[in-house]
Design a protein around this ligand. Structure first.
Ligand code: NAP
Length: 325
């Protein structure tokens, strides 16, 4: 098969490219002219330049492809203006859908986010949980899903949606502030830390995405994707702290004011479409981020191999090597 990968130089995209090549497929990697391509070095991919906002360029890139893996996105840490989320994540996905239909691809795999479920305090979360995004980024992912599912129904677009949990790997830096904070002696958690967190590794996520393309009969389906074995947040914090060289009891702050704030911020976002600051800042301590992966296991035969604890160890090692800690 020949596959176009958008976001090909990203943390997960580069693993998708590597896995495609490993499986004997041809990978066409879409990168922007100024993208850092170091993650693609040594991979026998055909690199093409383009931008999700350029429909004609995308159509050319998709020509002759059997599959599209659409991972390119404006991410919260990088987009300085929330309108970029609409432009790139919703508009770009519309363009990818158009390009996929004009190339007649057999499968379009889209990386959405478990963030579309919003602030959930009682997991495990399965795919039938309501979609209630509470930030601009999360809304853009939910809107992009809607675009694809509509085209699936109206035009038979063979789209599959993978809702990824937090995924770490080479290049992923979103946890740097948390690891730095956890290194401080006066670091405190909010609440008891009994809620769960489940994080996945990029190679596992890429494996699941390939299965979304290879498995017959899953067009129009949505799958949660994460790592193996969630942790209680206080265990998670303990592992992070031991990895950054801090030991001993961690202090606690009462959860109630933070829960109230997060609920109010979520309501305010839904009512006004304005995102109060720190809407999701405390979620790690308050939300129950355990995911039910049984659908991916049963329909795609996907079982993650990297545990949440191992994700922490690898992430800490990566941050140390990159001198980010
Ligand atoms: N990692 C996670 O925790 C996580 C969780 C849930 C969902 N996801 C989703 O999974 C996908 C991959 O995530 P990742 O962690 O690999 O992200 P990443 O490393 O931040 O990569 C994002 C990619 O999108 C590209 N991109 C951004 N704007 C673009 C545009 N206008 N045109 C073309 N390409 C553009 C970036 O190119 P440049 O290098 O040029 O900026 C980069 O290659 C994304 O869709 C993300 O939303 C990730």
């Amino acid at each position: 098969m020949r596959a176009l990968v958008t976001g090909a130089n990203g943390t997960i995209g580069s693993c998708v490219v590597a896995k495609l090549i490993e499986r004997g497929h041809q990978a066409r990697a879409l990168v922007r002219p100024a993208s850092d391509r170091s993650s693609l070095e040594g991979l026998e991919a055909e690199v093409v330049e383009g931008d999700l906002c350029d429909l004609e360029g995308l159509k050319r890139a998709a020509e002759g492809c059997d599959w599209i893996f659409h991972l390119g996105a404006a991410r919260p840490a990088k987009a300085d203006d929330h309108r970029r989320f609409t432009q790139v994540n919703v508009g770009g996905t519309k363009n990818v859908a158009e390009a996929a239909l004009s190339a007649g691809v057999q499968r379009l795999v889209f990386t959405s986010s478990i963030g579309v479920y919003g602030f959930v305090t009682q997991g495990p979360i399965n795919e039938s949980f309501p979609v209630r995004p509470n930030t601009h980024y999360r809304s853009s992912k939910a809107d992009a899903e809607t675009v694809l599912l509509k085209r699936y129904k109206s035009d038979g677009l063979p789209a599959v949606i993978a809702r990824l949990s937090s995924i770490v790997g080479r290049g992923a830096k979103s946890w740097v502030p948390f690891y730095r904070a956890a290194r401080q002696r006066d670091f405190r958690i909010v609440g008891r830390g009994d809620n769960r967190i489940q994080i996945g590794y990029a190679t596992d996520a890429a494996e699941c995405l390939l299965r979304c393309a290879e498995t017959p009969g899953v067009e129009g389906e949505v799958f949660n994707v994460s790592g193996a074995e969630p942790l209680k947040v206080r265990q998670y914090v303990d592992i992070v702290r031991s990895e950054v060289g801090v030991y001993g009891e961690v202090g606690r702050l009462p959860a109630a004011p933070f829960v109230l704030y997060t609920h109010l911020a979520t309501l305010a976002y839904r009512a006004t479409r304005r995102e109060p600051s720190r809407t999701k800042h405390y979620e790690v301590f308050l939300a129950d981020m355990e995911f039910d992966l049984s659908k991916a296991r049963e329909r795609l035969g996907f079982t993650p191999t990297v545990t949440t604890a191992e994700c922490v160890r690898r992430t800490a090692e990566y941050f140390r090597n990159e001198r980010l800690l």
